[in-house]
Each structure stands twice: as C-alpha cells, then as structure tokens.
Design a protein around this ligand. Sequence first.
Ligand code: SAH
Length: 349
Amino acid sequence: MADDKRNILLLSKDDLNAFLKRISAKAYIANQIYNWIFKKFVFNFDEMLNISKDMRAILKSEFYFDLPEISTIQKSNDGTKKYLLKLKDGMFIEMVLIPNLKKNTVCISSQVGCARNCNFCATAKLGLVRNLTVAEIVGQILLVSGDLFPNKLTNIVFMGMGEPLDNYDNVVESIRFINREDTLLFSPRRITISTSGVIPGIERLANENLNVKLAVSLNSAINEKRDEIMPINTTYPLEKLKNQLLNFRKKSNFRITFEYIMIANFNMSNSDIKALRKFVGDISCKINLIPWNPVENLPYKSPSKHEIENFRNKLSENLNFAITLRNSRGQDIDAACGQLVAKKISRER
Ligand code: SAH
C-alpha cells in the first residue's frame, strides 16, 4: 500500500487531527508529532519515543517522510557546507549552508537547472529540467535545520539553482508553510528571494503581502551589456525592471538588494559605474558586489583585488547606500555563486 502513504511533513494539522480522530487516538499525539518534526527535526517515527510503539506502527503504515536524500556533504575550510541532494526521480540539486558568527544562512535551490540562460552562470548550462515541488523546497530547509540542530537556521536565501520567480507558486507556498506557527514559525523577513528580473513575478510578489526581501541580479545597468550576459533583459529591459522595482518598494518595508557580479574587462569601467549609479540612484537599496567566480569553459575573467577596490571606491563616492563586497565562501568546494552545478549530473549523463 506504499503508494497510498501520505507525506507527513506537509500534512496540515487539520488532516492529522482528522486522521487521529478516525482511528480514535488521542488528539495530543498530533502535537507530539509536530514537536518531533519541527522542533527537534526528527524524521523517523521510531525515534518519537513519547509515542507508544503501537501508535508508531500505525503512523508508519499510514505516513512517510518525503525528504531529498543527502548524497554527499562537502565541508569547506571556511565552514561552508555544500550538500548534494538526490530527488526521488534521480535528479540532483545543491544546497549550501553558510555559517557566519551568529547567523546560519542556507542558500537553497528552487529548480533543477534554470531556463534563464545567464551566460556567466554554471547552473544555466544545465538548462531547465523542472521546477522543485513544495516538498522539495521545504525538504531542503528541514534537512539543513536537522543538520544544524541544536543550533538554529536564521536566514534563507533563494540563490541556489534556479530562478525562484519562475517557480512562483511553489516558492511562495513553501514560505507560507514554514511561517506557520505549528511548523517553523520562520519569519519571511529572514528570507530573500533573488531574481534575474522576472517582472511579472516581482509584480505578483509586490501584491502578495508576504514581507520577504527581494534581491535583483543586476550585473550591468547598460541594456546592451545586460542583453549580452542575461538574455532575460531582452524581454524585461532595465527601464521596465526599474519601474517595477519602484512599485515593489512602495509596498515593501525592506530595501532591495542589487547583486552586481564584477567581471574583469566587461562591466567595471567608468561608464559602467556611471550607469549603475544612475540606475540605483532613486531606489532605496543596498548593493552587493560579487567578484565573478570562475566557471569551467566560460570566457570571463575574475577581477583582481585592486580592480575590485577601485570599482568599489568609485561607485561609493557620494552615494549613500550600503555597498557590501561578498567575500566568496566555499570556493574550494565549488559552492560559491554560480558554481552550483551538480557535477554528478554531468557525470551520469
Ligand atoms: N536566478 C536567481 C537566483 C540564483 S543566482 C538570480 O538570478 O538572482 C544567485 C546569484 O549568483 C545571482 O546574483 C547571480 O548573479 C550570481 N552568480 C551566478 N553565477 C555567478 C558566478 N559565476 N560568479 C559569481 N556570482 C554568480
């Protein structure tokens, strides 16, 4: 009867209560189960020791734990951990945990591959294979929370594989799910959705009343250049993107973060800086500068320390925004931005 089993991880409390009532079991068992799963991150009925053995047997025959399988974990010298996760259909995704002082941030995937084809990014080379389900998105968060326990996951960024706004419904449903009081009570303010600039998705998100943070991968404020590295710009060019961001900003409490990958000899000249300053000038925002991380077989070059400093200094002259430089973490394990390509996929192909 395995096919009839339900995923206990996404079951609503009402459904669980209804089940317990149907078999004439005590209602408080639902709380016990939820405590084990969402407070202690135990994903196995056998370990739920305050529940009777007979009851555990019944639960096992009725429900299962639908989680991606951890295929490998690589640990970087700087504490960053990369998980290669195997999904039920044999596909792989990656997830990265970035501990930093008191913060534990996880970078999760929203799709297997990506359709947006940014030509500096490793994930793009896979093309879009499929969207992740809600169970697969929530599953990543539960797995990493379990691995961290008793420490806590504090932040979530949708900056792994995929374009989250191309999998809008499942991403939003996952965020609403983990925000529930009976699950993780994880605040949307500690979640960042990063987009390559999917305007209709940004518009929907503005009206969603969700209170998540938004990051936009800008990478150039000059249309011709952005067209060249991010084909999405030919559909949603900079002026339209900017209008939508101004609209989003009106409805959100949080400043938008612009991510700008610095590529040597491409988007770091004085005219690039001028265009960038003009573009962000009237949007209250933060700018996150990211040195391009090398990806195999791509023709780009990472900037030198000197070029980075120079760019940063010129950009920040009389500009009242926070400009941060993302120091690339986990480079020794290919976990840094854009390197999130499940190498195993290519090996198995
Ligand atoms: N599709 C979404 C989220 C995934 S990408 C988006 O585009 O925002 C997450 C971040 O990694 C983006 O800011 C992207 O610009 C950056 N990135 C991609 N490839 C990179 C590379 N090779 N080096 C540095 N950053 C990269």
